[in-house]
Ligand binder design. Structure first.
Ligand code: SAM
Ligand code: SF4
Length: 326
């Protein structure tokens, strides 16, 4: 079963946010204070999340990424992932985390059947890391990454590159792939909150690549498979790991977009940069599988051909990424 949208794209990837809450407050993701947390009964419960995942897989979704907020702060998440991984037809169950709880949870995640982790890591300097995350503990995250690696997880690290904040570490992160079998992904900073100074923070993907190519010989790599994301992939000659550059701002990848999203409140979105949301919570709380299937198909049918946020003409309202799921 395949889900093809009105632009001929095969939609096989669902990003599912399980919470809006987080144990960090990254500067690019949410404001320092004043964020209203959703009440317990406003977010999808595990039964509803499972129904959503099963129905999505039954109609053509093959990959589910669990995200948040910070997914690992949600009580009962490991047991839920164990149930999710059993869904017949689900080819990939992956998770994005800030890594703070990995030291104690990596083993459980592996046993639950999570296949891959994307870990956000914006600096290798403790003070810079704490500043960006507003209080994160770099040592804890590095320890979590090491434990996850020992557990056998393939590791992808995500760095949001910001000029004057952490862009001086691009080569350090690229160099890490010489010794570690990690995929290091450099992500353009997206002005999701439309801060007036956002342009001064942005480092375009081609500049990131130029800087790495100035220091190392880099070779292009093919995309992993039909389920892989929008990164352009490279390997430094002789490296153990790989490099990905993700350019949601400077170069759209809409023609290859294969995803839909559902927020922890049950709002489905065909595009991160489109204001339209479809409320699935009522359908899910009624347990109505047929209505849910119809709603999911309608979201795919109405998925916009392209979306943008950083250009003139974008009508996207400002939002916190923690509310949508990144
Ligand atoms: N808490 C988890 C984490 O940080 O990995 C998962 C949720 S977080 C919202 C998902 C991803 O969105 C992270 O990799 C984060 O770096 C990215 N992100 C958040 N705000 C962003 C922004 N303004 N521009 C680019 N990436 C952003
Ligand atoms: Fe939390 Fe992830 Fe947002 Fe950072 S990027 S504040 S870790 S949800």
């Amino acid at each position: 079963m395949t889900l093809i949208d009105s632009f001929g794209r095969n939609i096989n990837y669902l990003r599912l946010s399980v919470t809006d809450r987080c144990n960090l407050r990254c500067v690019y993701c949410m404001p320092a204070e004043g964020v209203r947390k959703l009440a317990h009964d406003e977010i999808l419960n595990y039964e509803e999340l499972l129904l959503l995942a099963e129905t999505a897989v039954a109609i053509g979704i093959e990959k589910i990424r669990i995200t948040g907020g910070e997914p690992l702060v949600r009580k009962g998440i490991v047991a839920f992932l164990g149930t999710l991984s059993q869904i017949s037809g689900l080819r990939q169950l992956v998770l994005t985390t800030n890594g703070m709880l990995l030291p104690e949870m990596a083993e459980g995640l592996r046993k639950a059947g999570v296949q891959r982790l994307n870990i956000s890591l914006d600096s290798l300097q403790p003070e810079t890391f704490a500043r960006i995350t507003r209080g994160g503990d770099l040592e804890r995250v590095l320890c979590g990454i090491a434990i996850a690696e020992k557990e056998g997880f393939p590791i992808k690290l995500n760095m949001v590159v910001m000029r004057g904040t952490n862009d001086d570490e691009v080569l350090d992160f690229a160099g890490l792939t010489m010794v570690k079998p990690y995929t290091m992904r450099f992500i353009e900073y997206m002005p999701t909150r439309k801060e007036p100074n956002w342009q001064s923070l942005a480092v375009p993907g081609d500049e990131i690549l130029r800087r790495i190519a100035g220091a190392y010989r880099i070779l292009p790599l093919d995309r992993d498979d039909s389920l892989s994301g929008p990164a352009k992939n490279y390997r430094i000659d002789g490296a153990a790991g790989a490099i990905g550059i993700i350019t949601p701002v400077s170069s759209h990848f809409c023609s290859e977009c294969n995803r839909i999203r559902v927020t922890s409140a049950g709002k489905a979105k065909g595009c991160l940069f489109d204001n339209t949301e479809y409320d699935l919570k009522t359908i899910l709380s009624n347990g109505n599988r047929a209505a849910l299937e119809k709603a999911l198909r309608a979201i795919v049918d109405r998925k916009p051909g392209k979306g943008f946020i950083a250009e003139k003409g974008s009508n996207r309202k400002p939002f916190d990424m923690s509310k949508v799921g990144g």
